[in-house]
Design a protein around this ligand. Sequence first.
Ligand code: HEC
Length: 238
Amino acid sequence: MSLLLKSYLSLFMLFQVLLALYSKLEIMGCEKGRVNPPRWRRIHRINGYIFIILFLVISYYCLFFLRAIPGEPSARALLHSLFAIGVISMLALKIFFVGRYKKFMRMVPAFGLTVFFLTLGMIATSGGYYFVTRAESPPDSQATAGKQTAPSYQANIEKGRQLFNKWCVACHDPASKQNRMGPGLKGILKAEKLPVSQRAATVDNIRRQLRTPYRLMPPQTHLGDEEVNHIIEFLKTI
Ligand code: HEC
């Protein structure tokens, strides 16, 4: 699942919590006889189920992403995970209370509201961040157009391939331009521009991507300079 799809799905979840809030207000807040609460109750419930399914599907991909990150996740990723854990626990409690402990019924709206705010936090720290940084103008001015010429020894290319298979392949397909977590990298150094940032497709900019990545990719600072060179030699061949 690409990040873009994940981010659009999170926007849909934003719509869902708003709908959940609104339907709850309609159920609880209106004068008698004015609306049709059973209908809103049904909408509230079905909406909730779809939310949970989406949540689980997206979480699966997030865990995959988290596993592919070497070292500790970033502060934003941690915050996002915390919000997500909060959302699903509160939601589980809420459903449990409604189904089993009728006497706690009066606490349910507070739980619902908590789920609402936690979901806002969860979306803001992932999809929200993604859309805000996408809006920034990405091309950089200091990009150099010429490509570096480094000797490309077969052995180094092979080392590069192995390093790529170890550290990059979970998120990048070397054989196509299709998205995994990040864009497919086929022909990356033969193109004019890098696929996401639109910076010039130069060796320097790839190096920079590995040290201080553009946007969401985790930094690959665990790789030494020589290893980075090998990976670049390999990238030239795909
Ligand atoms: C955990 C997943 C992940 C890993 C591991 C990862 N990347 Fe990425 N990479 C991404 C994502 C996501 C993007 C797109 C950034 C965005 O959309 O915010 C990206 C973007 C890129 C880009 C394009 C940058 C641009 O300016 O357009 C290159 C090149 C790249 N990665 C190379 C690598 C290499 C080489 C490795 C291995 C050493 C690697 N990545 C490891 C997720 C990853």
